[in-house]
Design a protein around this ligand. Structure first.
Ligand SMILES: Nc1ncnc2c1ncn2[C@@H]1O[C@H](COP(=O)(O)OP(=O)(O)OP(=O)(O)O)[C@@H](O)[C@H]1O
Ligand SMILES: Nc1ncnc2c1ncn2[C@@H]1O[C@H](COP(=O)(O)OP(=O)(O)OP(=O)(O)O)[C@@H](O)[C@H]1O
Ligand SMILES: [Mg+2]
Ligand SMILES: [Mg+2]
Lengths: 230, 230
């Protein structure tokens, strides 16, 4: 499980101060698939990147499996190792490495957990295929459409079978049919691999795949009642 | 009006050849607000960037107000001048200048048509305000959320009151309420300023603001019947 306890995030200072998170407290259990909704600028990416250990909170704690990993900006573990071993992150902007092909972008994630050569190539191709972009494996990101780049970024995040998958608007560049398939893939990953999955989305329509729905408004986190239960 | 006559676009060659557009023929009149839908990878951004004179077609013609401006990749006019004077382009990735603030990003578009100093600052602030990001005017793009960056990019595209507005998934990073407001703003611009507006969107829900709906599938352009008439 990953847990945030009263985390706050303040950018800037004085009259340029922006309070992006206000004492956000939440838990995601392994196997839970959770949506995070909210208006533009409300703090969703900030919450996600704090949980993902890439944007330290100003105050408050982050715990993984009961162990404190951050207290405010102070790390208590090797953050890079924790991220590598457990996290899969899909950024709001795909963030692919521009000089590597689609398949190389996925394979570089695999090499981080020691999977290389033929087994890496095979796994990378399976992932690209599951997202419908296998035939673009050899292309550079600049030769891909926006939605194709996004799908390669998704494949890369899934490569190491993360125990916590954090996705920031992963279907923004996809048509509704593909977007739905991706949401169902995330649900499958959460439930079958017993991974925690947190998805920031603006798409209010494919919400039935989620176990829980969180809402962010001006830095304040709340939980919505979910009509359907598992 | 802007018109494409049988334009095709081929990327790569030999066995890496991708036919992104297949003889696409269409017209957008001034005052028309048109949506372009279609699956990821179907050629929407390619069509938009061809019409926007930034990605020349492999073959076929582009005419503006009856005058041929491109025949295949060969330009018949000064493309840069045509773009500057008539076009507003919202890219699929915001493409803001990273070392300029939000307001400077909008003002640089205004300076291209000779508007500078106080009048430029005033107009830029009005535009940012109409998109709800006025209070972030002095921030760099890196200090803005994804949806805030997208809105600054929209403000910048509108700055010079373009006679043709081309928007590539302009609401992808916005929540549904804001997304709807932006679509209605585009409709207003099209109808009141007599501008042609072409919007690539994956959002099948706010389609009633559009006069016509085009559909792209694997490079093939078709027009859908619109149930409601103006
Ligand atoms: N520079 C390039 N070199 C090779 N292929 C390209 C290049 N740019 C685009 N393509 C390919 O052309 C096809 C159409 O791309 P385009 O970006 O127009 O799609 P799109 O409809 O905008 O997709 P999306 O909805 O994902 O943004 C895609 O298969 C894409 O991979
Ligand atoms: N580096 C930064 N410096 C200053 N302010 C920032 C910085 N990063 C984010 N912000 C501000 O913090 C607030 C929350 O940003 P965040 O990116 O978390 O929003 P979001 O909910 O993801 O929005 P969107 O839906 O538009 O992506 C916004 O007002 C944003 O402008
Ligand atoms: Mg965000
Ligand atoms: Mg596109």
């Amino acid at each position: 499980a990953i847990e945030t306890i009263g985390i706050s995030k303040i950018y800037g200072s004085g009259n340029t101060e922006v309070i992006a998170l206000r004492e956000a407290t939440m838990t995601i259990q392994r196997g839970e698939v959770v949506a995070l909704l909210g208006p533009s600028g409300s703090g969703k990416s900030t919450l996600l990147s704090s949980i993902g250990l890439i944007n330290p909170p100003t105050s408050g704690q982050i715990k993984i499996d009961g162990k404190v990993v951050m207290d405010g900006p102070k790390p208590f573990v090797n953050l890079q190792r924790y991220r590598r071993e457990r996290l899969g992150f899909i950024f709001q902007k795909s963030n692919l490495i521009p000089f590597l092909s689609a398949i190389e972008n996925v394979m570089i994630a695999l090499s981080i957990s020691g999977i290389e050569g033929r087994p890496a190539k095979r796994r990378a191709m399976e992932l690209l295929d599951s997202l419908g972009v296998a035939e673009r494996a050899k292309n550079l990101p600049s030769a891909l459409s926006g939605g194709q780049q996004q799908r390669v970024a998704i494949a890369r995040a899934l490569a190491n079978k993360p125990s916590l998958l954090l996705a920031d608007e992963p279907t923004a560049a996809l048509d509704s049919k593909l977007g739905r398939q991706v949401m169902e893939l995330f649900r499958e990953i959460g439930h079958e691999n017993q991974a925690g999955v947190l998805v920031v989305t603006h798409d209010q329509r494919s919400l039935e795949v989620f176990d829980r729905i969180l809402h962010m408004d001006d830095g304040l986190l709340t939980e919505l009642e979910v009509a359907n239960s598992k």
